[in-house]
Write a protein that binds this ligand. Sequence first.
Ligand SMILES: Nc1ncnc2c1ncn2[C@@H]1O[C@H](COP(=O)(O)OP(=O)(O)OP(=O)(O)O)[C@@H](O)[C@H]1O
Ligand SMILES: [Mg+2]
Length: 225
Amino acid sequence: MTSLLSAEHLTKSFGATPALSGASMSVAAGEIVAVMGPSGSGKSTLLHCLAGIVRPDSGVVRYRDRELSAMSDAGRSALRRGEFGFVFQFGQLVPELTCLENVALPLRLDGVRRRQAQRRAAGWLDRLEIDDVAGKRPGEVSGGQGQRVAVARALVTGARVVFADEPTGALDSLNGERVMKLFTAAARESGAAVVLVTHEPRVAAWSDREVVVRDGKALDLERAA
Ligand SMILES: Nc1ncnc2c1ncn2[C@@H]1O[C@H](COP(=O)(O)OP(=O)(O)OP(=O)(O)O)[C@@H](O)[C@H]1O
Ligand SMILES: [Mg+2]
């Protein structure tokens, strides 16, 4: 399979602490890859390098035919805004905006008119089965509903890759499973690839492939057939 996004031999240290020491992995278009591994092994750092948020000390990150490290900061942020979506563990929604406005926000920033942006946002809330929270603010909804709002916001712009760092880490397992199911179904429906950091072993059920990170190295595991 040709890869949409790939990392080759990444190294990254924070001061004297090595976070990545030769990590490689790739994601194909529309593929859902679960990134697993012990705490401190380098999963978040790998995800941040793939997303162009952190610049590796050495190694190459490629999106389509473009090398992220060769791009300007402005070029990389344009890429992140236009092609990537993000779902993090918490603290990502704007508390002053309603859930509908939060989902519509990336479209508004892209210059989409309010009514059109809100219509598209409402469609995503519907798909994630949370139309009832449209008018509420993030502080007034449950953790699972908030995470589904974040998923809707990551997908609303038609992102080609969605990065998720333990998106259900703050939820109980039942809620986490529900969010994960809706998230992966929505990603599949929109054709977005997903790079998903998780501690949840049952995530195999939703992913196409697992990558295990250990001591800053990534091991690509072909899922057992
Ligand atoms: N901003 C930073 N400053 C200093 N050290 C850092 C920083 N970010 C990560 N590290 C270190 O790099 C290593 C890898 O961290 P990383 O956050 O990538 O691990 P992780 O696999 O995501 O862990 P967890 O499962 O706990 O989230 C760790 O030793 C960590 O302490
Ligand atoms: Mg982490």
